[in-house]
Design a protein around this ligand. Structure first.
Ligand SMILES: [Zn+2]
Length: 70
């Protein structure tokens, strides 16, 4: 008999374009959902507080710090 281990929580990250630096950062989807409901600004994986650009804007170059975090 083998013990079943519950699957670890899956953290999904979404690409978010920051208006202030023009880069595409990665944001935990739960963080993004929370800030969307409160009107706050999300914090990217790199620790940057983002000013989220319009979804209509084309994506910018990826943030090297966000990309470096596995
Ligand atoms: Zn970043």
């Amino acid at each position: 008999m083998t013990l079943a281990h519950p699957a670890p929580p899956v953290h999904r990250y979404l690409d978010v374009l920051a208006r202030d630096d023009g880069r595409t950062h990665r944001v935990d989807e739960r963080v993004l959902a929370a800030t969307r409901s409160t009107g706050g600004r999300p914090v990217a994986r790199c620790g940057r507080l983002l000013v989220v650009a319009s979804l209509a804007e084309p994506p910018g170059p990826p943030c090297p710090l966000c990309a470096a975090i596995p």
